[in-house]
Design a protein around this ligand. Sequence first.
Ligand code: SAH
Length: 351
Amino acid sequence: MTQKTEILSLFPEELRDLLQERGIAGYRAGQIYAWFYRGIRSFEEMTDLPRDLRSRLDADFTIESFREEACVASRLDETRKYLFTLSDGEYVESVLLSYKHGYSVCLSTQAGCRMGCRFCASTGAGFSRNLRPSEILEQIAAITRERRREDPSFRVSHVVLMGIGEPLDNYENVLRFLKLVNRKEGFGISFRNISLSTCGLVPRIRDLAKEDLPVTLSVSLHAPNDALRDSMMPVNKRYPLEELIPACRDYTRKTGRRISFEYALIHGVNDTDRCAGELIALLSGWMNHVNLIPVNETDETAYHAGTRKELLAFQSKLERGGLNATIRRTLGADIAAACGQLRRKKGTEKG
Ligand code: SAH
């Protein structure tokens, strides 16, 4: 049996070509997209297509569709966390965040992760596979479907690839997703409203710079020297700071976009005066930004967050050293909105 083609991973012109090869008029592609964005997932329900065309499409094509396994809403703010079941039974998590400037979604790019960062909940549950472009898109679509039941004008305006997985470890699919989500036939989300977060896969950062898409790059730094970063993030042994930082500087030079460095403060580990000094030496003199986050305490790590006062003190040390440092607002604190935790729980139940 030949595999059916997944429509949502195709660019509109690719779908039009495939339809035309089958003697089907190209404009049918536009009708199919319109149904998809209205929340319809089966060709059978696309009632402005002739009946015989619907069954022909059904024989050759599929449209990605997730089942919503769980949705947890925060009582503190409008954050909602979703667990979705993929067609092969894998799970992914996505988070909806509400800001003054609109709704932002935090999406997963892999089922699991193979980067092994010690503090991260996503790694604990192991790696299963890469997500297809359609599966990254469908997270936005599924959240939109769920929200529109209450608010028909709901619309996602911002995307962050900061959920489960390492986006640059699934480079081709993520790149295709970025281009698809930007298309007017799709969600039409501007590249400037998209952030991609990476633990630092240097060759792929250099590839992304060549694409020249104005997406914001976030780099999960978390440590200002190799010894410490090696102990927290195995990726640093492959791509140490002396390779990572020049790649980041080149990215900024090439794209004109300021990189945001994520730094999760861990009490007694990376929040010392010495670390602040090293961070200043590493990042001063070029265009960047440090985003401080209190580490999210997960069950199996011994890492702890410091007090609010210590966080503010670390921030002002960086600022006095000339860096641009902000503290990330914690949303959805009551629902463990940090990704990886629901999927892992599910994995434990299964096993
Ligand atoms: N793989 C990508 C994106 C996924 S993680 C990356 O590494 O950037 C999204 C962000 O959450 C990263 O900055 C990651 O380092 C951070 N993170 C993971 N576990 C965390 C924890 N326990 N506390 C705070 N931040 C965490």
